[in-house]
Design a protein around this ligand. Structure first.
Ligand SMILES: *[C@@H]1O[C@H](CO)[C@@H](O)[C@H](O)[C@H]1NC(C)=O
Ligand SMILES: *[C@@H]1O[C@H](CO)[C@@H](O)[C@H](O)[C@H]1NC(C)=O
Ligand SMILES: *[C@@H]1O[C@H](CO)[C@@H](O)[C@H](O)[C@H]1NC(C)=O
Ligand SMILES: *[C@@H]1O[C@H](CO)[C@@H](O)[C@H](O)[C@H]1NC(C)=O
Ligand SMILES: *[C@@H]1O[C@H](CO)[C@@H](O)[C@H](O)[C@H]1NC(C)=O
Ligand SMILES: [Zn+2]
Length: 425
């Protein structure tokens, strides 16, 4: 058990500067493309429903940027319309309408997982561990549930084969020299929306920097972004120097300092810190010296320096991973943790709506105005007054199709800790 757990952590965390604790993002390591799950996902595909025509009046609107005075928003044929004729009217007095939430970092595997996300107001999610065209097909184009975008197989940038899960290596994701980068990126580009990179620990013998540079250059040739898993200070530093498009996670060893801030500013990259994931991993693995305070302090430092912050959860329920973060409910804890790290409520709302849409180049969502997708969340109170009001969801629409809301479970720091009781060393 101890050995298995130790080996597993090495594969899945890729945490730098902590001997033996390699770092990678938990469950991508396990996204093996199980045929039974793929078949079940296809079987769960619903027939396209006609989107209702609805006019929500008297409602304050967070348009992706600011909260507007009460107005009317029309849902017409899946998009925000302008003509209320024939609409069913809903009184939004005292309520706030927001763009559907975007979870910038999650690991759904099944249609149930996507339904869970939908029921908490997540209308778009970015799966950060792809690699299988069959999985991608099984999780995309499901009308009425969370719209999914898909990472490549992770490129594990290291020359240490023991840091790479065998099935990733078997598919060509073990990138130990710059010469391998173009072939990998060419292979992955056809079936993925961006190239995922795992920047491994410099404590493991490694050739990270040249490999990172080559992966970024190759991705640029194919017009793909590079999204880099980097939960340790040195991984972040090298990934920023390589010019990756986005940094995901937050250093669990040493908080960002002026040197990292200068690199972030020079490259203008956003950070998706996945604080809820960082907290879960820290709760569950107390004996590895992971420092959640450092991860949160980095967010404070970066935010104060003007670095764009994106909301993502790293949600996964997969048995055997070194932490558990529920789908859906976790996005609300993430925005709370961002506010606790110093984001204004307004910037936390932007982090979960307009900013991810901008950085992923999705121009049809993340904001509310005529012509945009009718991805909408109606909440009972004003999240500018208290960010916990994002949890008070009354109704959710995904491209104009209403989805049931989950009102039974609220995730807090305390309940996250209960789910993630420490594993024995
Ligand atoms: C391309 O992908 C296939 C299927 O996943 C894999 O078998 C092959 O090794 C990959 N080739 C490269 C150069 O990554
Ligand atoms: C990996 O690269 C490092 C740094 O260049 C080097 O010290 C180490 O010997 C290499 N390890 C392997 C297994 O090639
Ligand atoms: C954790 O990080 C915080 C913030 O950077 C720091 O003040 C603290 O000393 C660190 N704790 C440990 C045990 O290293
Ligand atoms: C926000 O609301 C929650 C739940 O009602 C409450 O516990 C918390 O103290 C409130 N926070 C602020 C800043 O008012
Ligand atoms: C609500 O979400 C929780 C977990 O977040 C889940 O256990 C429960 O089954 C969900 N309830 C419904 C009605 O979907
Ligand atoms: Zn992840």
């Amino acid at each position: 058990m101890t050995n298995f757990h130790g080996t597993f952590l090495r594969w899945v965390f890729l945490v730098a500067c902590i001997p033996k604790l390699a770092l990678s993002c938990a469950n991508h390591a396990l996204d093996t493309g199980d045929p039974a799950i793929i078949a079940a996902n296809h079987a769960a595909r619903r027939a396209p429903q006609a989107a209702q025509k609805i006019a929500i009046y008297n409602v304050r609107v967070f348009d992706g940027d600011r909260i507007l005075p009460p107005t009317t928003v029309i849902i017409d044929n899946g998009v925000i319309g302008i003509n209320p004729f024939g609409a069913k009217f809903i009184d939004g007095q005292g309520q706030v309408l927001l763009p559907g939430f975007i979870d910038t970092h999650s690991h759904p595997r099944t249609v149930d997982d996507l339904n869970e996300q939908s029921s908490y107001g997540i209308t778009t999610t970015f799966l950060q561990a792809g690699g299988s065209a069959a999985v991608r097909e099984s999780l995309t184009n499901h009308p009425g549930i969370t719209d999914l975008r898909f990472a490549s197989l992770p490129a594990v940038a290291t020359n240490d084969s023991s840091a790479v899960p065998p099935f990733i290596a078997a598919q060509g994701g073990f990138i130990s020299s710059p010469e391998q980068a173009p072939g990998f990126v060419k292979n992955q580009s056809a079936t993925s929306d961006w190239i995922k990179i795992l920047a491994v620990s410099p404590n493991i013998p490694t050739v990270v920097q040249p490999v990172l540079n080559a992966l970024v250059a190759s991705a640029q040739n194919y017009g793909k972004q590079t999204i880099c898993h980097a939960p340790a200070y040195e991984s972040v530093r090298q990934a920023l120097k390589a010019g990756v498009s986005q940094l995901h996670h937050s250093p669990l060893d040493k908080a960002a300092d002026d040197d990292l801030v200068q690199l972030y500013r020079a490259g203008k990259q956003p950070n998706c810190p996945t604080l809820v994931g960082m907290l879960a991993i820290t709760d569950r693995n107390p004996y590895f010296g992971l420092n959640y305070t450092a991860a949160a302090a980095s967010v404070t430092t970066l935010y104060n320096a003007g670095v764009p912050i994106l909301a993502g959860t790293d949600s996964t329920l997969q048995a055997g991973v070194p932490f558990i973060v529920p789908y859906g409910s976790s996005i609300h804890l993430e925005v709370q943790l961002l506010v606790e790290a110093g984001l204004s409520n307004l910037d936390a709302l932007r982090a979960v709506t307009s900013l991810p849409a901008k950085y992923y180049g999705l121009r049809d969502r993340g904001r509310i105005f005529p012509g945009m997708r009718a991805d909408l969340v109606l909440v009972g109170g004003n999240p500018l007054r208290n960010i916990s009001n994002t949890r008070d969801i009354k109704r959710v629409w995904l491209a104009g199709i209403e989805h049931a809301v989950n009102t039974t479970t609220t995730l807090t720091k305390e309940s996250l800790a209960v789910i993630n009781t420490p594993l024995s060393g």
